[in-house]
Design a protein around this ligand. Sequence first.
Ligand code: ADP
Ligand code: MG
Length: 364
Amino acid sequence: MSIRLDNIAKHFGATQALEPINLDIQEGELVGLLGPSGSGKTTLLRIIAGLETADHSPTPGRILFGERDVTHVHVRDRRIGFVFQHYALFRHMSVYDNVAFGLTVMPRAKRPSAQDIRARVYRLLEMVKLEAFANRYPAQLSGGQQQRVSLARALAVEPDVLLLDEPFGALDAKVRQELRRWLRHLHEEFNFTSVFVTHDQEEALELSDRVVVMSNGRIEQIDTPETLYRAPQNRFVFEFLGDVNYLEGKVHNGTLTCGDAHLAVDLPDGDAELLLRPHEIRLAEQPTPESHLPVTITAISPVGAEVRVELEADWLAEPWLATVRHADFNRLALRRGQRLYAHPRHWRRFPEATENAEVQTHLA
Ligand code: ADP
Ligand code: MG
C-alpha cells in the first residue's frame, strides 16, 4: 500500500512538532525516519497510524493509503501493524495467544476459523524461529525474542502498513543486528509497506530503501542510503550521518592556514571551514608542498574492519578521527605518541550564506 502525506503539520499547544510535510512512500517500500530526539519522528508515525491527528488549520492536511483518503479513518480501520520499543506484549498471555490476539478479536464475519488462526500463528512463529516457544510467557523470553513475537503479532492481521517506533532501541548491539535482518527478511517475504523510526544512522542506512532525515519537525532530505551518504544536501545531514573532522582557517592566495598547518585549496580569500570524514584522511610520514598538517596520534582502536586513530595538534580545536586500513596501519607501524602528517583526500564545505543550497566538493 502506498502512503501519501500531503501538507501534514502538527502543533502541541505552542510547540510546532511538525512543519507542513509532504511525503510519498511507495508500495512495498521500507522507509526509515531518522533524526535526533525531538525531531518529530514519533509524531509523524503516530499521525500515519491515526493515533494522532494533524493540524486542521491554517490548511488541513491529507493522508492517503493508496487511493483511499484515510485522514479521518480511525486507527483500527487503517489496516496497520505496530511494533514499539517496549515490547508491549500481553504479559498474562502465552506467545501463541499474543500472536493470535489480533485475529481472535476480529468481528465474527471477518475472523478466520480457529483452524486457520492456528495455521497462521504457527507459520509466523516459524518465520521468527519461535515455534518451540509458543507456550511460553513473555517474561520467559529474552528481549530480542520478545521483539520477534511483537513482529509476528503485528503481522498476524496481515496489515497493509507496518509501523515501527525505535523497535530495536532497547536491545544490545548484536541482537539489534539480528532483528534488523528479521525485519528485512519479513518485509521481503510479506511485501507490506513499512515505516520505521530510529535515531541510529547506521540502522537507518542499513535497513531502509529510502531514509527520511528529520530535524526540528522538518524533512532535511529524502534519499536512498547511498545518495544520502554520498551527496548530503546540507550540513545537518552530513553531520548527522557520520563522524566529522573540522579544519577551520584563513584562505589567502589559494592556501588555507591554521597555526602551523597549511593546505592548498581552490577557494577565494577569507575564512573557510572544511569538513572531512575519518576515511578521507590519509596518514603519512612526510608533508607535501600542498599539504602540511602535522598531527600526533593520541589513541588507537584496532577493533573492526578498519583501525580508528585519534589525532591531535595545536592547530586543531578538537581532535580528529581517522580510519586507516589494517595494512596501512601495519606498514606505518602506527603507535601512540607518533608524529605524522594528515593528508585530506577529499573534503566538503557548507558555506554559511547558502547553508541549505550548496555543497562544494574538492579533491586534494
Ligand atoms: P522524536 O520521536 O523525533 O523524538 P517527537 O515526535 O516525540 O520526536 O516529538 C517532537 C516534538 O513534539 C518534541 O518537541 C516533543 O516534546 C513534542 N511533543 C511530542 N508529543 C507531545 C505531546 N503529546 N504533547 C506535547 N508535546 C509533544
Ligand atoms: Mg520518538
